[in-house]
Design a protein around this ligand. Structure first.
Ligand SMILES: *Cc1c(COP(=O)(O)O)cnc(C)c1O
Length: 402
């Protein structure tokens, strides 16, 4: 018989979100009540795709039904869309051949992990979005679980004491740094000065940064950078991944992109951009052309207004949740320029607080420790929810006080 891939065997049992679902089902089964359980747990969008963007999708599908409008494979994505992305997000400083359209940021992370292979060392913010570490385990870049982290991964604590921006001095030379801003799960957004430090460190140590900017459209403070490429030197050390999932409600439609500058090189001077094109052509045949038509609509003036309205809506939810927490004396970060609120319960275990909120308020949250050891004592509240549910949840949070 075939033997199991040892990398899969290295993955710690139980992905966070299935474990949360299991605990909720168990709770519901043992605590029957007419009071509905409200989820502020998972980072999935809830609002319908807005009209103009939806029309883009519909028209894209319809064109496929005509001889003149039909199109098939387009590996790196529609030229028009790649040019539009460069113009809207990067002041046209990237050529179309430096922008790769994908089926989403998570999928791009997985392919990037394959690109860099088992030989690299991974560095993550702690806490962090699970795929950075779990995907590294799958490719063999990270090894077995060792009680408080995976072998071969450097965890950089992001805690209240450092304002959720890590000390960069432990970063090993020639490593792959995963960095997310606005951050999931902490909601913290790195400043220009902080990102400048990150880029300088990467350049000095021969590292590559994989910069996850999936939440950039939630930034309202205009002094905060929305892209790593606003930072001088980033074109020599960073890859950016992006997604329409959160700002356009495309979590189910699937569309994102990566920016891999031609100035990015390996130690021997070979082009990372050329390898990325090769890898994507080999194991990925391009994103849906219907989704790309939707993305084009999202980037014209009407679409940009709709994305702004949608992200404003979720930020409105975040504002309500943050206030409700403040009213019961719980301090939190995030929420102003990101859809996540990171609430601190000093001295408590994350899963215990998760259970208490579920039992007293019938609200599902995410235990911070599920995102990494430094998430202990925190709870992540997601602002992705219907407004009536969020308002109801905010009322119920008062029951936490006693
Ligand atoms: C939701 C999310 C993404 C987006 O993933 P898609 O695959 O594009 O849906 C990427 N990064 C982070 C940190 C996220 O939370």
């Amino acid at each position: 018989m075939i033997v199991r891939n040892p990398n899969i065997a290295n993955l710690k049992a139980g992905y966070l979100f299935p474990e949360i679902s299991r605990r909720c089902r168990e709770f519901a089964a043992t605590h029957p009540s007419a009071v509905r359980i409200i989820s502020l747990g998972i980072g999935d969008t809830t609002e319908p795709i807005s009209l103009h963007i939806c029309d883009g999708l519909i028209n894209g599908a319809r064109r496929l039904g005509s001889i003149g409008g039909y199109s098939g494979y387009q590996d790196e994505g529609l030229l028009e869309l790649r040019e539009k992305i460069s113009e809207v997000f990067y002041e046209s400083k990237f050529g179309a051949d430096e922008i790769f359209i994908s089926d989403g940021a998570k999928c791009d992370i997985g392919r990037l992990q394959m690109l860099f292979g088992a030989g690299i060392e991974a560095v993550v913010q702690d806490p962090s979005y699970p795929v950075y570490v779990d995907g590294s385990v799958l490719t063999g870049a990270a090894g077995a679980w060792q009680g408080n982290g995976y072998h071969g991964v450097s965890y950089l604590p992001c805690i209240a004491e450092n304002d959720y921006f890590p000390d960069l001095s432990p970063i090993p030379e020639n490593s792959l740094i995963y960095f997310c801003s606005p951050n999931n799960p902490t909601g913290a957004v790195s400043t220009r000065e902080q990102l400048l430090k990150l880029v300088k460190t990467a350049l000095g140590k021969g590292c590559i940064i994989i910069f996850d900017a999936a939440y950039s459209e939630f930034i309202r403070d205009t002094s905060l950078p929305k892209s790593i490429f606003e930072i001088e030197g980033a074109e020599q050390c960073a890859i950016e991944i992006q997604s329409f999932s959160k700002p356009a409600g495309f979590t189910g439609v699937r569309l994102g992109w990566s920016v891999v500058p031609k100035t990015l090189k390996y130690a021997e001077g070979e082009s990372i951009n050329a390898d990325w094109a090769r890898l994507c052509g080999t194991i990925f045949n391009g994103a849906s052309n219907i989704a790309q038509a939707g993305a084009l609509a999202a980037l014209d003036p009407d679409g940009l207004k709709e994305m702004r309205r949608l992200t404003d809506f979720y930020l409105g939810n975040a504002y309500r949740i943050k206030n409700a927490l403040q009213n019961i004396g719980v301090s939190s970060v995030g929420g102003g320029d990101s859809p996540y609120i990171w609430a601190q319960f000093p001295g408590r275990d994350s899963w215990d607080v998760f259970t208490e909120i579920l039992e007293k308020c019938r609200i599902v949250t995410t235990p911070g420790v599920g995102f990494g050891p430094s998430g202990q004592s925190f709870i992540r509240f997601s602002s992705f929810g219907r407004r009536a549910d969020v308002e109801e949840a905010c009322m119920r949070l008062r029951d936490l006080r006693n």
